[in-house]
Design a protein around this ligand. Sequence first.
Ligand code: BES
Ligand code: MN
Ligand code: ZN
Length: 490
Amino acid sequence: MPHPVAIHFRDIDSAALAAATGRLVLLGEPGEPIAAAARPIDRRLRGAISRAVASEAFAKLKPGEALELGFPAGLSAEAVQIVRLARRASVADARKAGAAIAKALGAAGALVLTGAHRLSHEISFGLALRAYEFGAHKTDAPKLFGEVGFQVANPEAVAGLARPMAALAEGVFFTRDLVNEPANVLTTDDFAARLAAMHELGLEVEILEEGTLKLLGMGALLGVGQGSPSPSKVVVMQWNGGPAGEAPLALVGKGVVFDTGGISIKPALGMEEMTMDMGGAGVVAGVMRTLALRGAKANVVGIVGLVENMPDGRAQRPGDVVRSMKGDTIEVINTDAEGRLVLADVLWYAQERFKPSAMINLATLTGAIIIGLGHENAGVFSNNDALAAALLKAAAAEGEGAWRMPMGPAYDAKLKSRIADMRNSVGRPAGAITAAQFLARFVKPETAWAHIDIAGVALPPEETTLAPKGASGWGVMTLDRLIRDGYEAR
Ligand code: BES
Ligand code: MN
Ligand code: ZN
């Protein structure tokens, strides 16, 4: 999958700037002198750049926002875009500046003069993330982005910093593509094939088919998929870039390729959004791709449960009792509470097989987390304060909203069933928490574990700073950061 936008880093070249036919992008900040390399351009424009930066309109811009001079006389550029960014800007503002460049970018491309700015690579990262387009199903040619040349004081150094970020952007795009893809295309077979193709990157990929899952005793997962013609699967992706024999970090994802609700069927309005119910598996896949692309020095295993939740003559009924791989029985009160059934078996399998040093699962698990946190924060549930703190720190560093939620025995008690060991659905109060408590029943006491409910953030209703409307890829950056800081920095 190629980058939607090609970015190069070159030396500063005033003649090239003056001759540019695409867009010309400069940085400015009120009270700071414009970069030396921008001065020849400013002179050609009879001081328009310095006047713009000193203007009232520019002072009203937030960091990372831009102002534009169209068809400037004296230059061949289409437009000069001046992005507000101070020399000491934050990483978040630098990425936002990149996003502003991307939003205005067209087929003619751009030359971006960031000069000696210390966050040139972050600007290019924000640009790359925001220039994403999901054009797979548009008959007319999708939006074309021309090449972007960054002019910087030290091109080799900046390119070196940008390289791992390109791997990260590719992981984010992989996740976004998966989440944006409709369910008639992204079937369980298609999803598994896309994961298997990552073998080329050095990942070890195994696909466990229904027969194997049956032998393993994964009755909870298999019950969810039994109403669909698409076979249920578990896909295991291993990246062993760390010390041999060191216990891996396990990432587990809910991969419901479509969630109709099953026999407890969902209302028609908005049901089409349930193509995103494989979002947790999508994030796990994107992280694994990034780790392989940048050659991460850590042992990480990604395991996803791929199923489709459909109503059918063979579908699971409300009231059915299934047996999980762990051995506990579950009364299926509501077939729409299917994600926890899938995860119950995959979480157990991950621990039995890999004895991970820590385990993090991601899932578009509940509507209730959207009621609680909206589309701004994912909900973090954990049995381990250090792991939760590390996750929240990584999320904050990457600008991805995350908020810790409570757990406890009083919530767990609600899972009591009259006829089985537990029930899968409890009712509306604290719906996101009781879902987390259900998962916790499949976590061994010695496993440091976190569950991230990404139902609100995987497919936000509007564009965000770094993503157009559609899938956000929330979590790929956070988990990559967590691995970088907590599992590689040794
Ligand atoms: N996939 C849904 C959760 C969801 C809702 C994700 C909205 C994204 C947007 C999940 O499988 C589900 O249906 N959960 C039910 C649980 C209930 C039946 C206990 C819910 O949240 O309503
Ligand atoms: Mn559901
Ligand atoms: Zn679901």
